[in-house]
Design a protein. Sequence first.
Length: 317
Amino acid sequence: MAQSYCVPLTELVEKFHLEVIYAATDYESIRLTVEDVARPGLQLAGYFDHFEPMRLQVVGNVEISFLLKLTSAERTIIFDRFFSYKCPALLIARNMEPLPECLEMAKKHNVTLLHSPEATSTIVSAIIAYLKSALAPRIVRHGVMMEIYGEGVLILGESGLGKSEAAVELVKRGHRLVADDAVEIRKISEGSLMASAPEIVRNFVELRGIGIVNVAQLFGAGAVRREAEINLVVNIVPWNHGEAYDRMGVETQYMEILDSKIPMNTIPITPGRNLAVILEVAAMNNRQRKMGYNPGLEFTRQLDQHMERETQRHLPL
């Protein structure tokens, strides 16, 4: 089940080096729960239909220039109504100074005022990108996440099948570890999932008989990656002689995670199969498929052509 998340306003202030002009009495407890940021141009002109007060509000040169054309009394009325909606905070960008009426009404309605020297479009796009990632729906899956030849591969399967051992072998072969055992998956956009490790287990791998090892310390910082997009899911299962496994790979299988469909391979394993090499081939094959080449279809086409030629050759004259 995906969880809902929030971002403390204090975290945003620290992340983007914002100046606090006025801190509301509840400043420390304010949480952002909406990933979008609003520029309240229409609201400052008096139009409040469809106003989204849950969003962080940002004003810049355009809004301030408009307000300067009004009288002080008109600005007081506008800000009095605007701050009555109790938005999380108002951020003034482009190094613009807060208008006296703005500061007065912010204090009256106990709404936090922030300040940034950045250009309005720059700070808005940066904050939206940050909130999209921080507020993305997410789940935690038991598995291993690797970057193999640039492909993000999520390896799933029961405990004891050798996922962590395969991860170490892949690291030795020049690939990068993202997460072992616990993989945090976030839906950052439609059809796009990012995987990372929870902070407490980042860079660590458990090898039965040895214990916990730190991959970054053993193999260097280049052997790990903080996060990666999931391009392929590999589901490892014990070999079952009664099971029919896909031998051609003509049709792509998918696994649905957070309502996103990700290509999937189911790989049966037996003692002696080199899982690391199989995972490398799966990653390269997935990249080929994304570029439009399906070897299963190519093989089927060539087989059909061969059968047709053989049939023609044996037809009676």
